[in-house]
Design a protein around this ligand. Structure first.
Ligand SMILES: NC(=O)C1=CN([C@@H]2O[C@H](COP(=O)(O)OP(=O)(O)OC[C@H]3O[C@@H](n4cnc5c(N)ncnc54)[C@H](O)[C@@H]3O)[C@@H](O)[C@H]2O)C=CC1
Ligand SMILES: O=C(O)[C@@H]1CCC=N1
Length: 279
């Protein structure tokens, strides 16, 4: 695996999170990792300096040597990027897409028939090897390329094999998910600050509480509802907190966050499918 060559097409936040995790894990040798963009040389230099990888402009990539291309541009830039890629890659080369809402069918239609497309949905915790990543291979993808994609994603966190129809919901839960927890932390910090507690104490205590609860779920046998029951003494402090959460629509707010993100992911694919029909 460390001899495989991978190239990120698009060198923004998500590419950097994955590069950091992959470089740290050693799954692929640093010199076999390429990151490319259209024109931002200083960004490429920054990635080279920080991670010891090869940053280059799109036109300079050694296309025929690359085993897997990782599409990491915004959905709005995907079509242009794919048109540019089409003349440069072969159907057998793996195309791993992290782009939210762009179907493997669309990617295949822009590239070659039976292009080896694997959709993945990591999150920014890839930076520290703690992503929760959905992986969904298209029917054309060979076992070898699916293995390659799963090994790569396993080096930045936990991998979940999902159906492509589940990708929108998975994006709502895990791709966008870190933002919900950061938002929760922002509220915890603001509440602490407004009530006279030092922010650093609140930040560390809040984050440790999220980490501990997550570990209890992942390490143990008990369902979240059972774990919650054990924290909650009758007529105690937790019961008062949970009542306030329920009264203020806490569960509904979480449901709406997930479903709205999933809906946006679906809308993006519909927009792209329409644009494909127009052409
Ligand atoms: N940021 C996140 O938490 C996650 C993002 N994603 C997906 O990752 C993709 C990238 O997101 P970010 O890194 O946040 O965006 P970003 O804006 O930070 O980076 C996008 C990069 O693509 C480059 N780019 C634009 N057009 C290009 C082209 N034609 N060819 C090559 N490079 C091109 C830009 O120069 C930029 O470096 C999006 O499609 C998003 O849906 C998926 C999971 C999580
Ligand atoms: O906000 C977005 O569209 C991307 C996809 C998942 C997380 N960030």
């Amino acid at each position: 695996m460390d001899k495989k060559k991978i190239a990120f097409i698009g060198a923004g936040s998500m590419a950097e999170a994955m590069i950091a995790g992959i470089a740290e894990s050693g799954t692929v040798g640093k010199r076999n990792i390429y990151a490319a963009n259209r024109s931002n040389q200083s960004r490429l230099q920054e990635l080279e300096e920080n991670y010891g990888i090869n940053g280059m402009l799109l036109d300079e990539l050694p296309y025929s040597e690359i085993d897997a291309f990782i599409l990491a541009m915004k959905p709005k830039d995907a079509q242009k990027a794919l048109v540019n890629l089409k003349g440069k890659i072969k159907a057998e080369q793996a195309v791993i897409s992290v782009i939210a809402g762009i179907s493997s069918q669309f990617i295949e239609a822009c590239l070659h028939d039976r292009q080896q497309v694997i959709r993945v949905m990591p999150n920014t915790s890839s930076t520290i090897g703690e992503s929760a990543t959905g992986v969904s291979p298209s029917p054309s993808a060979s076992m070898e390329n699916v293995w390659l994609a799963e090994e790569l994603m396993a080096s930045v966190g936990q991998v979940f094999r999902i159906k492509e129809e589940e990708m929108d919901l998975f994006t709502g839960i895990a791709g966008s998910g870190p933002a919900y927890f950061y938002y929760l932390m922002e509220s915890i910090e603001e509440t602490a600050r407004a009530n006279g507690m030092d922010i650093q104490t609140a930040r560390k205590a809040g984050a440790q509480t999220i980490l501990g609860a997550a570990k209890m779920i992942l390490n143990g046998e008990e369902a979240p509802s059972e774990l919650r029951r054990k924290v909650t003494s009758p007529n105690g402090t937790t019961a008062a907190g949970l009542d306030a959460l329920n009264f203020n629509g806490g569960g509904y707010a979480i449901e709406q966050a997930i479903l709205s993100a999933a809906k946006r992911s679906k809308e993006i694919s519909e927009q792209f499918e329409e644009s494909m029909l127009v052409k």
